[in-house]
Write a protein of this length. Structure first.
Length: 332
């Protein structure tokens, strides 16, 4: 049975981009956990062109594991300056940001969430961009076009940032991150009062400051004590907004991919023949000589580009990454 979701809280904000509406659809942090294969309603940020176009040729962005729509704010604004007539949507995937917490955490389920979003917004000519986990979701959606009976004019372009349609265990570092984040949550109230306190705990496991800062974007640190009904001050514990239990149980699913590829015959079980841009980080192993043939098999109209980065291609080389995206979407 489908558990009733909390009523979403909708906020509309207008920022300083001239005559351009930036919209935010978020949900309360007090999520209701559901266990169902039904799609969930995703939280999102949107930049709508000044002519009011909210449906034609949008760019829809899907973040990676532990990420959120907020990570893409600067890039979205820059992309809007480059492509002022395209609406831009950055989504929070299920179990991330302010979207609902739900099981299963599979690529099929997340692609269904994206499908629901695209249908409800009545989007046409969608350019779908996904990084890492979001890239696998984007590929799954594209390969599911026939299964969903999606009109041919719905998806126009696919952009995949540093991930391949491969099957294998996720790096052990992800399990390590979840484990230490769970230990931080388990600490008594008052031990973690600032992000710096949490960073000191993470530093023993992850020396890279940028990765620690990225993980800590998910940390909610109470600003003051909470009052009980008896007017007794009770100090709240620091807590991560991502459901660590669900993510921990989903590691195998996140290392998988729902469609088959035969490396001996170099044949994929299905294809999406639309224009596809794959951006690889030169210093990243997520795309390599072993899985590039699978990309070609699933996406025959694929173009592979390389940037001198690690896994976070869009964050490490934002200008170069943005140029690749804009050029790709501007080419007939």
């Amino acid at each position: 049975m489908l558990t009733t979701l909390q009523k979403p809280v909708q906020q509309w904000t207008r920022h300083l981009l001239p005559r351009t509406c930036i919209q935010t659809r978020s949900f309360s942090r007090r999520h209701v956990r559901i266990s169902t294969h039904e799609p969930v309603e995703l939280s999102y940020n949107a930049i709508i062109p000044e002519d009011g176009n909210a449906t034609e040729k949008p760019l829809v962005i899907l973040h990676g594991l532990f990420g959120s729509k907020r990570n893409w704010t600067s890039i979205c604004k820059a992309l809007h300056r480059d492509m002022p007539h395209r609406p831009i949507y950055a989504l929070d995937m299920r179990n991330h940001g302010t979207s609902p917490h739900a099981t299963p955490m599979t690529y099929e389920a997340m692609a269904s969430d994206v499908h629901r979003f695209i249908e409800e917004k009545k989007l046409k000519g969608v350019a779908l961009l996904g990084h890492s986990m979001g890239g696998k979701v984007a590929m799954t959606y594209a390969l599911s076009v026939k299964e969903f009976n999606i009109p041919e004019d719905t998806l126009s372009h696919l952009i995949v940032a540093d991930i391949a349609p491969s099957i294998g265990k996720l790096s052990t570092e992800f399990s390590t991150y979840i484990s230490i984040m769970q230990k931080i949550e388990a600490l008594p109230p008052g031990v973690i009062k600032t992000r710096s306190d949490a960073d000191a705990r993470l530093k023993a496991y992850e020396p890279d400051l940028s990765i620690r800062q990225f993980l800590l974007t998910n940390l909610h640190v109470p600003s003051h004590a909470r009052k009980t009904t008896h007017h007794e001050a009770v100090e709240e514990k620091a807590k991560f907004i991502v459901p660590l239990g669900i993510l921990s149980q989903s590691m195998d699913a996140l290392g998988s991919f729902p469609y088959d590829y035969d490396p001996l015959e170099n044949v994929a079980s299905t294809t999406w023949d639309g224009p596809t841009l794959v951006v690889k980080g030169k210093r990243s192993a997520y795309i390599n000589h072993k899985n590039i043939p699978a990309l070609h098999a699933f996406f025959p109209n694929m173009r592979l580009e390389e940037l001198d980065t690690g896994h976070w291609v869009h964050a490490e080389k934002p200008t170069e990454f943005r140029r690749l995206v804009v050029d790709f979407l501007s080419t007939p």
